[in-house]
Design a protein around this ligand. Structure first.
Ligand SMILES: Cc1ncc(COP(=O)(O)O)c(C=O)c1O
Length: 395
């Protein structure tokens, strides 16, 4: 997840274009901005990248998820199926619109398992959010098949996986909407920002209105624009969009480098017989931000982590006990702790503290992920890989 590793003249130039006009707002000021529309340009590039009709930038990936849910008509009391391995933002987004997160198990893709969806679907289920974790993808064809069969809305959380593809089709384009994040640690960053992509004009229009207090953005007098909906302010500004635009132009380079570096490490690890690799439904389409592997059991995983700690190489994650990415540590969710009352009636929430996700637990206890860096020199990469191999083999 290396966008921040390669800031340079390109980002400065895009920012200077904005500063030169003095227009930081993404809408209006047509004469003053002298043709500089960074948010619009970034959106056009996102459409090209993903081969979709519409893209709308928001102030964060979380804001984009909330907007996608709201624009898809998901609200109070609706059930939304989510995975237990994701950044907590996915769950918060569902709660924010008053809907009810319902957990299904993951499989060895580290994403929602399509078979587990059948076990949790009810007549209140309205949507499914598969999360394409750590740069790779869910078995999205099967998840889409399930959604089509059950008449459910599919929203892909692709916040960690821009540039990933399944059978040549961009991740984020399989359902009603897909969402990216451009926060500071993502594949490309604009400081803070996110985007919704969709081929559905209604969703797009609802999203771009919702994220700007319901404005319809028709005409050149903001005060006279129509109010389509009650909404909120999840607008991106031109400075953040400018950085994102420069970064998006570097995405091909980033993906190529990540794939090379990941390939090198994976090759070295493939001779070790006490680990197996995460399943990747389409290896060619992996964006390669992480390399994830499974130890034989929890004890072995802990020993590998201990060896890695001692080696001091950094850049690895044992998600099972991470406070932010796996349900086990989400104590605030388990007690529904929020500073205000959550929107759905408390009866509508399942008892998250007693939820049983044995299959996911068993996978996550054994999972270790290695972050793939762009900036490694050949020597650093070789050194890192040697230490990694040593740490794993010693178990
Ligand atoms: C899977 C996932 N969903 C949503 C988000 C939220 O994105 P943001 O940080 O831009 O709000 C993140 C960010 O880490 C994420 O990893």
């Amino acid at each position: 997840m290396p966008g921040f590793e390669i800031f340079g003249e390109e980002e400065k130039q895009e920012i200077n274009d904005v500063i030169d006009t003095g227009v930081l707002f993404r809408y209006g000021f047509d004469a003053q901005r002298k043709g500089v529309w960074k948010a619009r340009s970034f959106e056009a590039c996102l459409c090209d990248l993903s081969d979709v009709k519409y893209a709308h930038l928001c102030s964060s990936g979380t804001a984009a998820l909330i907007t996608a849910l709201a624009a898809s008509g998901i609200g109070a009391g609706d059930q939304v199926i989510v995975p237990p391995f994701t950044f907590i933002a996915t769950i918060e987004a569902v709660l924010s619109v008053g809907a009810v997160p319902i957990f299904a198990d993951i499989d060895e893709t580290l994403c929602l398992d399509s078979d587990s969806l059948y076990k949790v679907v009810t007549d209140k289920t309205k949507a499914v959010i598969p999360v394409h974790m750590c740069g790779s993808m869910a078995q999205i064809d099967k998840i889409k098949e399930f959604c089509d069969k059950e008449n459910l809305i599919l929203i892909e959380d692709a916040c960690q996986s821009i540039g990933a593809r399944f059978n040549g089709k961009a991740i984020g384009t399989f359902g009603k909407a897909g969402v990216f994040s451009f926060d500071p640690v993502k594949t490309i960053t604009c400081g803070e920002g996110g985007a919704i992509i969709t081929n559905d004009e209604e969703i797009y229009l609802a999203a771009e209105a919702y994220a700007d207090h319901g404005h319809d953005h028709i005409g050149d007098d903001r005060g006279k624009e129509n109010a389509l909906y009650l909404g909120t302010n999840y607008r991106i500004n031109e400075l953040n969009a400018a950085v994102g635009l420069a970064q998006l132009k570097k995405l091909d380079f980033i993906l190529k480098k990540q794939k090379e570096n990941k390939g090198y490490i994976k090759n070295a690890l493939s001779n070790i017989n006490n680990i197996t690799f995460r399943q990747i439904p389409d290896e060619k389409g992996d964006s390669a931000t992480f390399l994830s592997f499974f130890a034989q059991d929890e004890a072995s995983a802990l020993k590998i982590v201990d060896n890695l700690n001692k080696s001091g190489i950094g850049g690895y994650f044992y998600w099972y006990v991470n406070n932010w990415h796996y349900i086990k540590q989400w104590k605030h969710l388990k007690s529904l702790k929020a500073p205000n009352k959550l929107t759905a009636h408390p009866d509508k929430y399942p008892d998250y503290s007693s939820i049983n996700l044995k299959v996911s637990d068993n996978i996550m206890k054994r999972t270790i992920s290695i972050q793939i860096k762009l900036g490694w020199s050949q020597t650093e990469l070789a050194d890192y890989t040697d230490k990694l191999v040593e740490a794993i083999k010693a178990v």
